[in-house]
Design a protein around this ligand. Sequence first.
Ligand SMILES: [Fe+2]
Length: 181
Amino acid sequence: MDVNEAGAVPDMSKVAYQLPQPGGMLADIFVGGGIDLDGGDPREWVPQTADVSFRPLILCVSQGYYINILRVRAAGVLSRHRHSGPVHAFTLRGTWRYLEHDWVANAGDYAFEPPGETHTLVVPDGVDEMATLFHVTGGYTYVDPYGKALGYEDVFTKLAAARRHYEAVGLGAAHADRYLR
Ligand SMILES: [Fe+2]
């Protein structure tokens, strides 16, 4: 039985892990205020159009996924796209839906989007802001209503957009790299 300097047996349940972490392990990421929609540096939000922006939380190029908050400040059809991988969506504010489903996502709701699905994201009339945390594995292809490919997005296009934006607003392109793993 170990005894500490004060002669007492330490409570091992409160002792931090004492050994080195495994070799090759990636560094952790901590984003203070990462899902705070109203605080923080507004330059963190990467604009995609005049009304759409995203805030990265992790850009995991090593596993081909990313987690970001998508913020939309206009009603209407946002995009029609087909996913190659799964998506987990946690709605933080506002309302949105897919034309292909009868459910409507509101703040506090969770949705799973299966790999292979094509859907059309809509922010209903009267909603002036929606914000949703999306965990997106793989990529998605923008398509017309009959599946013809029009463009694509993945963790690498997100990283490129973030680097361009952070450079343009004075944070420096390397600011995006804090979200990289
Ligand atoms: Fe989607």
